[in-house]
Write a protein that binds this ligand. Structure first.
Ligand SMILES: Cc1ncc(COP(=O)(O)O)c(C=O)c1O
Length: 376
């Protein structure tokens, strides 16, 4: 049987990972500044993470959401503490798109409305509902949900008010920092105004922190640079450091009832063990502060070389935009210097390294980038 061929893949096969490095099947060592779309938060194959998952594998081979799983309660407890949102409720699922689907559904249940507001260049996943609110012409929507959505410009409160004032919008969904759209940080004033408008017109505010959450921005969630309290926060990616897990943090004002949401695998024992290990390592190794500090150093150095049109982002979520295509530079970095980077669109290099990044990695990247830019 052939694989359904939807991904343009590099001809590289990683077989081993450790911290910020991966090795391919030829023994070549790569510095990973992309972490599989921001998935690697605590570094590849962290020993505590491996231990936590291995212990769990040996303990239980059975799982169902029809019986108690104490790991879910432990995770909710530790997540409440780490995110400083202990009053929120946690619903566990398996991926980012699924987290958004559940948040959209809850918003619709709570408000009795079906319309969703999202933003230009936003990305929310690949399920039908998530695709319908994603602003990317390359991502094909499976059905026409246009009548249920409104895509607005980021940072434009007037157009938000025009739409919300009709009082038929269930939710506004916005990324804490736009990832695939080019690492764009919404203005804090806009976020605060958005929250106010949502409250005024009975619309729920969903923060998609699937890429920007779990310490990547230098705060636990990127929206925590502002003074808002979203109704829901969705997360995935860095939450499991590679293990597929997602979740929704749900305001205490939204009441749960049996059967409202559901999933077979969401919150299974292995996913909880992986997620707990991630939170424990983030805390023990002070990775949120490291993300903020190393991110600042990296961003300052990128700005200093004066070759980018714009350098955006905060913490270890950085976009460096050129006037031209970034692909020749990325390919030079990969083939010659063995560094993985990511891209947004055609001109923006997207850096999403593990939160364990150190100065020596930044130095190697910056000297390699200089070389790649001179010959790119
Ligand atoms: C902001 C954002 N939301 C949602 C998703 C979808 O997550 P998943 O691929 O886990 O379904 C992504 C994935 O890139 C994302 O970046």
């Amino acid at each position: 049987m052939k694989l359904f061929d939807v991904y343009p893949l590099f001809d590289i096969t990683p077989v081993k990972g450790q911290d910020c490095y991966v090795w391919d099947d030829q023994g070549t060592k790569y510095l990973d500044l992309y972490g599989g779309h921001a998935v690697i938060s605590i570094g590849h194959s962290h020993p505590h993470y491996i231990q936590r998952i291995s212990d769990q594998v040996n303990k239980i081979g059975f799982y169902s959401n029809s019986v108690q799983n104490p790991l879910q309660k432990e995770l909710a407890e530790k997540l409440g503490e780490a995110s400083e949102m202990p009053d929120y409720q946690l619903f566990l699922c398996n991926s980012g798109a699924e987290a958004n689907e559940n948040a959209l559904k809850l918003a619709s249940f709570k408000t009795g409305r079906s319309k969703i507001v999202a933003f230009e260049k936003g990305f929310h996943g690949r399920t039908s509902g998530a695709v319908a609110i994603t602003d990317n012409p390359k991502i094909i929507a499976p059905f026409n949900a246009d009548h249920q959505k409104e895509i607005l410009s980021l940072n434009d409160l007037d157009s938000v008010e025009k739409v919300l004032s009709k009082k038929d919008v269930a939710a506004v969904i916005i990324e804490g920092i736009q990832g695939i759209g080019g690492i764009v940080v919404p203005d804090a004033d806009f976020m605060e105004g958005l929250e106010k408008l949502c409250k005024q017109y009975g619309t729920l505010l969903i923060l998609d922190e699937i890429q920007s959450g779990y310490g990547r921005s230098g705060k636990f969630f990127a929206f925590q640079y502002t003074n808002i309290k979203p109704d829901m926060v969705t997360m995935a990616k860095g939450m499991g450091n590679g293990f597929p897990v997602g979740g929704v943090l749900i305001s205490p004002e939204i009441e749960a009832s049996y059967g409202l949401l559901g999933t077979t695998f969401g919150g299974n024992h292995l996913a909880c063990a992986a997620s707990l290990a991630v939170l424990e390592v983030i805390k023990d190794e002070k990775l949120i502060a490291n993300s903020f500090n190393q991110g600042k150093i990296l961003k300052d150095q990128l700005i200093k070389i004066n070759k980018f049109k714009e350098v955006r982002g905060v913490g270890l979520m950085i976009g460096a935009e050129l006037n031209d295509q970034v692909s020749p530079i990325r390919m030079g970095l990969l083939r010659k210097n063995h560094i993985f980077t990511g891209v947004s669109g055609t001109n923006t290099m997207r850096l999403l390294p593990p939160l364990t990044l150190q100065g020596s990695h930044v130095d190697y990247f910056m000297s390699s980038l200089g070389e790649a830019m001179d010959s790119g």
